[in-house]
Design a protein around this ligand. Sequence first.
Ligand SMILES: [Fe+2]
Length: 256
Amino acid sequence: MTIKTPDDFTDRWRQPPNFELDVSFDYLFVPAVDVLDNIRKDEEVRFTILGDDDWQVRMDRTAAFRTAPIEEIVTWPFRLVHFNLNRFYGDLLSGFQEEVMIPWRTHLSARGFTWQRLAPILFLSTAGASSTYHNDNSHGLVWQVHGIKTFHSYLDPGKHLSPEAAVVGETTAEEPPEHEAADRQSITMRPGDHLWSHALTPHWVTTESALAMSVTLSHGGLCHQGRFSERELALRAYWDKNPGEAWTHDLRNVRY
Ligand SMILES: [Fe+2]
């Protein structure tokens, strides 16, 4: 197991922009197409069929997604997410807990970090598929496993969306709004690449290969020596005013 984070990680995680991380886990995934073939049949999977075909084609594909031949599925534009991966720790993701989650938690813990929730989320998509434009409440360690994706965000997210607006989810749209190309940070990720995605910052992801798979380790309520990141203070302030909603963080309504 090799886990390294830059010496300045404990400073850099506090504010945007996102940055690439030199981390490597020993874990070897089964081929992405096999992950897809297994995970598409799970009752907790969420997927969206995309593409310019008429709605009837998308409806038919949606109905057939779990049962159609896998060779056919991979030719359809879609995005898929699963955020309850511990269902697979015994088989499809055997060893993931021991070789990824525990070493990463140990690494963070030894550097003075604490958190409320740290769980992996799996994303699969095909050529032509993009994520929505959205922000997450959590910090993400994005790990590109198979294929190529480009992760787009803003160099200065505060110029585009205040943390307060991010907290109430003013972002979500299918496409990003008009913006200057120079404001954007677009990082192309190949297998083995890692990126730190800052909480409450708008982003969107495009698929640049036939099939792409990534895993995000999602960190809710991350603190370093008792301090949250700066943008996360807006979330805490919101929960102070709306304490009844704080628990809904646990629902993990991941936008993708
Ligand atoms: Fe996201």
